[in-house]
Design a binder for this molecule. Sequence first.
Ligand code: HEC
Length: 158
Amino acid sequence: MRLKNIFFLSFMFLSILQNLSGQQIIDYGLKVYKKANCMGCHKWHGDGGPGYGGAAMSLRTTGLDREGLKLLIACGRPGTNMPFFDKKAYVDDRCFGLKFEDFEGDEKNRPLRAKALLNKRQIDQLTDFIINDLKGKQLDKEFCVKFFGKPTRSCENL
Ligand code: HEC
């Protein structure tokens, strides 16, 4: 009986280790990054770059902390092409205390609504992904393979 327990426990332990080292763990934040099409502007590598309507900033060199990132994703950055992803943004006072009506007559600063909106949990997961995989990190092959789910041509020269 005791031997059986030891067997069982070591089996559990080994499978946990395998999960931690392998690719089995789903990165929900990465899923959100794709679903919300952050890559449409910040690119798959997160370094941003020139695109339609101005350059998206690099998420690798951002100086924003966790709270700053969450707020920026929820509220976007009025006056730039960074859209807001929270459906209550500028409806109540969660975004810098500003509402849509504050932008009346000021078309060029009017906040842009993202094509796909995100809930709080998704914004949290996405923020974890930015902090764990992008902020302050160099682009490398490991990230590339994780992003595409397999080695692709983009990963070859990394
Ligand atoms: C339509 C293009 C577009 C999309 C889609 C977009 N962004 Fe942006 N983002 C921008 C632009 C442009 C800027 C630069 C704003 C500026 O000039 O201050 C920016 C800035 C940012 C910043 C600020 C970086 C800093 O250091 O100040 C963060 C963080 C960010 N985006 C995250 C995201 C995330 C996460 C997503 C997906 C949920 C996303 N963006 C989707 C265009 C986009």
